[in-house]
Ligand binder design. Structure first.
Ligand code: SF4
Length: 469
């Protein structure tokens, strides 16, 4: 213990750098602006630190290649002689990146389709994704937003940015804003400060989140000034993006130490990538190393169906196998939620092994991570309505049009049918005596939806009529 605080083992940074940069003074090496202006992006620059393969060289010389830029710090984590190095595969292109594959899309999550204004994705009821730049510190070969990321001409204008803020100001159902891009942490510090300030001034914004890979590509950006700045805007959360334990260095640990001491809860999102981290043992090591630097594994993403990512994709069963190998085998705190971000824009869908084997009224049969099978006996006197008086004290948050299955559970609706469902089943037939608009009440379930608003006496009367019929 030190001054009442828990001592952290990482006090002095240990500088990770390739021999090529050994003579760079520490002040420069630890200056994020120096790192940004000395990024590697050409064959000749990369060859100074990495022995490139023919496939890598071919890709780097190709036209229309998704942008390449690698910070000297992150390049120093690459094994210069191993084409299978998991860090290398994430940032150095190979010719496999140019191979199209079935179901590949430019915008596989339909983000642009679900943007009320450019760069603002409003997919879920209470939160938005705000894209504030297209620039990153280094570029990941599997990037979901490669359609805009890295391209300065796609960067959001001041007018578009104002429109994003205006939309948020005028939409009180939004309580959570996630800043992403590109990478918000490459923005000029004053600009990021201004954006956070404008968001914090909106009364209905409860939390602000930043999604950033900068702490991983450029841990020196998480300096004292940055930490002081973000502290003004609490509650502020931050998610980093680490895919392999090799990326967890003393520099990243020190950056996370500064950030968590500034009161920022930090999570990690990784992408499941073939040849990088598609292994139970690598993932277990990754989550253990993350919690050691106080970063909570948050999501493990299935790789999206996006251009350039074909060779990184794994079957979904690989993700399920990884969760099988984590849940129960390590602390629940270290287990991320494995999600498939729905192609077409349906949002994140959690996927996991089956733990419920079967159920009957009063009993659920479950299995644990070892295959131990047990039963949970449910209460027979449980009253789901007993909470209602307390529930009424909490104002419900509206989710217009996005209630989903909750609508069925709440008794507002009995079923959900795809668009055109009834028309297809009508088979083009004309209205007839059994199917006219006047008698449509016969498909109205008693006590569900519209009839629910009837007085209890009216419901009883309807019941009696049915019984006597
Ligand atoms: S840091 Fe994020 S936005 Fe930037 S290239 Fe990587 S995945 Fe894409």
């Amino acid at each position: 213990m030190e001054n009442g605080n828990i001592a952290h083992p990482i006090t002095e940074p240990v500088y990770t750098r390739a021999p090529y940069w050994q003579d760079v003074p520490d002040e420069k090496w630890m200056d994020w602006r120096w790192q940004m202006s000395n990024r590697l992006n050409t064959v000749s620059e990369l060859e100074k630190v990495i022995n490139l393969t023919d496939a890598e060289r071919a890709a780097l010389n190709a036209n229309d290649l998704f942008r390449v830029d690698i910070t000297p710090y992150f390049a120093s984590l690459i094994d210069p002689n191993d084409p299978n190095c998991p860090v290398r595969k994430q940032v150095i292109p190979t010719s496999r990146e140019m191979v199209p594959f079935q179901s590949m899309m430019e915008d596989s999550l339909a983000e642009d389709k679900h943007s009320p204004v450019p760069g603002l994705v409003h997919r879920y009821p209470d939160r938005v994704l705000m894209l504030i730049t297209t620039q990153c510190a280094s570029y990941c070969r599997y990037c979901t937003r490669s359609r805009i990321v890295g391209d300065p001409t796609q960067t959001f204008s001041r007018k578009e940015f104002d429109a994003q803020i205006e939309y948020i100001e005028n939409t009180p159902q939004i309580r959570d804003v996630l800043l992403s891009g590109g990478d918000p942490m490459v923005l000029a510090p004053k600009l990021l400060d201004m954006i956070l300030g404008r968001l914090r001034a909106i009364p209905h914004i409860e939390i602000i989140r930043i999604g950033s890979r900068v702490p991983v590509f450029l841990p020196m950006r998480v300096n004292e000034q940055f930490c002081e700045m973000v502290q003004k805007y609490h509650p502020l959360w931050l998610n980093i993006h680490v895919n392999h334990p090799k990326e967890i260095t003393p520099e990243l640990g020190a950056a996370m130490d500064r950030l968590t001491r500034a009161g920022v809860p930090v999570g990690n999102q990784s992408v499941l990538l073939a040849g990088v981290n598609d292994s139970v043992h690598i993932q277990r090591k990754l989550v253990h190393e993350l919690v050691k630097i106080r970063v909570r594994p948050y999501y493990l993403y299935q790789c999206d169906l996006v251009e350039g990512s074909g060779h990184f994709r794994t079957p979904v069963s690989k993700g399920i196998e990884i969760i099988e190998g984590l849940r129960g085998h390590t602390s629940g705190y270290a287990v991320p939620t494995y999600v498939v971000d729905a192609p077409g824009g349906g949002g994140k869908i959690p996927v996991m092994p089956n733990y419920v084997l079967t159920q009957a009224p009063g009993k659920v049969v479950l299995r644990n991570f070892e295959g131990f099978i047990t039963t949970y006996t449910e209460p027979i006197d449980y009253d789901p309505h007993a909470i209602e008086a307390q529930e009424k004290l909490i104002a419900p948050r509206p989710e217009p049009g996005q209630e989903g299955l909750l609508k069925l559970l709440d008794g507002e609706q009995m079923y959900i049918e795809p668009e055109g469902f009834s028309d297809v089943r009508a088979r083009g037939g004309a209205e007839h005596r059994l199917r006219s608009g006047e008698i449509s009440q016969k498909w109205q379930p008693l006590g569900v939806g519209a009839i629910e608003s009837q007085e209890p006496q009216a419901l009883e009367a309807t019941t009696e009529t049915k019984e006597s019929a």
